[in-house]
Write a protein that binds this ligand. Structure first.
Ligand SMILES: [Zn+2]
Length: 124
């Protein structure tokens, strides 16, 4: 049987760290590190990662930690993009997902044509 208490406890830490981030007491990176630590913290017991981030899971961008409206959020694979929630705001989506896919297709195209890929190809 899984443990909900560890998730609730970790979630209270996530809530505090988001509050501190919003009050500019801690940096974005510090806040994200705490969130990831809380997500991993549930494994000290048989907990659930989503419960640990319940207070931010569907209303915060997993990259910039800005509050996002439901209609402006875009669901992504959290493990693939190294973000702390399942969602991105439109700006972060553009930056992390869309631009990355352009980089990849440029790279694959050049590779397919056996062209040398230069670093400058990746600059916009
Ligand atoms: Zn964002």
């Amino acid at each position: 049987m899984s443990c909900h208490r560890i998730g609730l406890g970790m979630n209270s830490v996530v809530e505090k760290s988001i509050e501190m981030f919003e009050n500019e007491e801690i940096s974005l990176n510090a806040c994200k590190k705490i969130i990831v630590a809380c997500r991993n913290g549930v494994y000290w017991c048989d907990g659930n990662e989503d419960e640990a981030i319940a207070c931010i899971i569907d209303c915060y961008c997993g990259n910039c930690l800005r509050k996002i409206h439901q209609e402006h959020r875009i669901r992504v694979d959290r493990n693939r993009y190294d973000v702390v929630t399942h969602y991105l705001c439109e700006d972060c989506y553009q930056h992390l997902v869309y631009e990355e896919s352009i980089l990849k297709s440029t790279y694959m195209l050049k590779k397919r044509h056996n062209k040398k890929v230069r670093f400058s190809d990746f600059l916009f």
